[in-house]
Design a protein. Sequence first.
Length: 378
Amino acid sequence: MDRRDFLRTTILGGAAIAVAPMSFSAPDMATRPTTKSGKLNLKFEPYELKLRHAFNLAKNQRTSTPGVQVQLEYDGLVGYGEASMPPYLGESVDSVTKFLGSLDLSQFSDPFRIEDIHAYMDSVTPNDRAAKASVDIALYDLLGKIMGQPWYKIWGLNPDNAPNTSFTISYDADPEEMRKKIEETAPFKVIKIKMGVGHDKETVEAFRKFSDVPICVDANQGWDDKEHALEMCNWLADQNCLFVEQPMPKEMFEETAWVRERSPLPIIADEFLQRLPDVRRAAEAYDGINIKLMKSTGLHEAHKMATLARALGMKVMLGCMTETSCAVTAAAQLSPLVDWADLDGNLLIANDIFDGIKIVDGKVTIPDRPGIGVVPLT
Ligand code: MG
């Protein structure tokens, strides 16, 4: 089955049937197929995400990200989901397809049993967070379509409160390549700069030659000396920087708390935390958290994490991996809840297969479509 067939068909009882054209406006709800499966049917296939620019991170470089695309069918409606597996998170195409292949979601005759479905997935294995996220995203897409509403509305959120999103650039030693990268950032109101790679100040200085828009910095655990981390925070405070993400290795908890006490900029946890139970611990060393669906096992727990972080007086940031518009648009449904968004993952890949989130004048704009708000590009 090729990519287009995968997006257009679903398997029911071993027979491939065509799914109604993928336009999720209200009339589709009335014209959806009358065949009632009464069961959740899960399908998945690997899909490698090609990066438009190689990522130069503190600890490695890469040109693609492994991914898996998911469809969850119920009563003729299809929800779309996705797993993205950057290597540092420890998941792979093999581990995700093994996990998904081990699930028996047909035991759930009511797709609204979200808590039960997550409890079941957590009972299968403790980790496999991106794999679980792919099911969660497809489930939320499906449920939103059943209800005929996008999730930001179901959650009662005002889309006008969605923040600007940052756009990530990484350092390039070739000045011409660096200039091209900076030119691409023109529509964005916040630029994210990756640090911890040995030429941190040079990257900011190169950027500042072309632009005065605010920056945020992600050190990706790259500073392992607390005095140096604090010095960088102080320097960045004079560079129109909004916050610093994961300045030190996640294991250096006490040192990070020491930096946070003294830093003029908020310190945000990314690699340090994954899921809901990690939020309270993060509050002891960080000013805020970066929630990502591939870490949180999807929207269900991400929404709870944002709520808990707010209750603890923390800043909330919403991030993503390199992903198609499927997972990024799902995350965007939560964006009116957060202080900062870093939802550029779909813009960093060359082979997106969905239409969804739009960035208008630098701001996250959520599609007014039921579910997570995406349609396949065919
Ligand atoms: Mg980060």
